[in-house]
Design a protein around this ligand. Structure first.
Ligand code: CA
Length: 223
């Protein structure tokens, strides 16, 4: 899951990035509204954290343009402006939640989880196949009831595959989903994460299969 942070206060952005990356999300950060508008056209994000007072293009305008493109991307506004009319405008423009600065990182993370839960709609946050269970909100994975220790990259790869269970995902798509974890993620690195995942999923009844020249899929072992 990639989250885009749009925030011109570098120290705050860094703290947010650190906390969310630690929670297992891939986090990208841009410091102005124009960069946010461009990044959002790519449509690879699962959530947007948006400051209102931004250079070049303010947060309201970023949001207006995003919603004009008709995306359902969950948006959490972070703002130092606490006037009720600004909150109202933000929510009316299509933000899903509004957090006034200063705020605690714990509260921010809880709100992010709540938004992701809501954006998953009626589908349960825990995805299970065979002995594998993947909690998409808490970002916990277990095999046959035992918690699995996964690196952030391994978790990222498994998340993409589990959400498209039984369908092939290209290596390029996996790289795109992991990009912000580490700018150096290559298709060769994906092979390494897949190799480790196979070992860790041993006994789960599901595994990562290779489709030659096409990519990978998560599927039942005997299928
Ligand atoms: Ca600002």
């Amino acid at each position: 899951m990639r989250i885009l942070i749009t925030e011109d206060d570098a120290a705050l952005a860094e703290a947010l990035q650190f906390a969310l990356a630690h929670a297992g999300y891939a986090v990208d950060w841009v410091g102005n509204g124009t960069a946010a508008d461009e990044a959002l056209k790519d449509d690879v994000f699962g959530l947007l954290i948006l400051d209102l007072g931004l250079p070049k293009l303010d947060g309201f305008e970023v949001l207006r343009r995003l919603r004009r493109r008709n995306t359902a991307l969950p948006v959490l506004i972070l703002s130092g402006r606490e006037k009720p009319e600004e909150k109202v405008l933000g929510l009316d423009l299509g933000a899903d939640d509004y957090l006034v600065k200063p705020f605690s990182l714990n509260e921010l993370q809880a709100r992010v989880r709540a938004l992701l839960r809501r954006s998953a709609g009626g589908s349960p946050p825990v995805i299970c196949y065979g002995g594998l269970s993947f909690d998409t909100v808490e970002r916990l994975v277990s095999v046959n009831g035992k918690a699995l220790a996964l690196s952030t990259h391994e978790l990222g790869v498994l998340e993409v595959l589990v959400q498209r269970f039984g369908r092939v995902v290209s290596k390029a798509r996996l790289v795109e989903q992991l990009y912000s974890y580490d700018k150096g993620v290559t298709q060769n690195a994906i092979e390494v994460y897949v190799h480790r995942l196979r070992r860790k999923l041993d006994g789960a009844g599901v595994t990562v299969k290779t489709q030659y020249a096409r990519g990978y899929l998560l599927d039942y072992v005997n299928h």
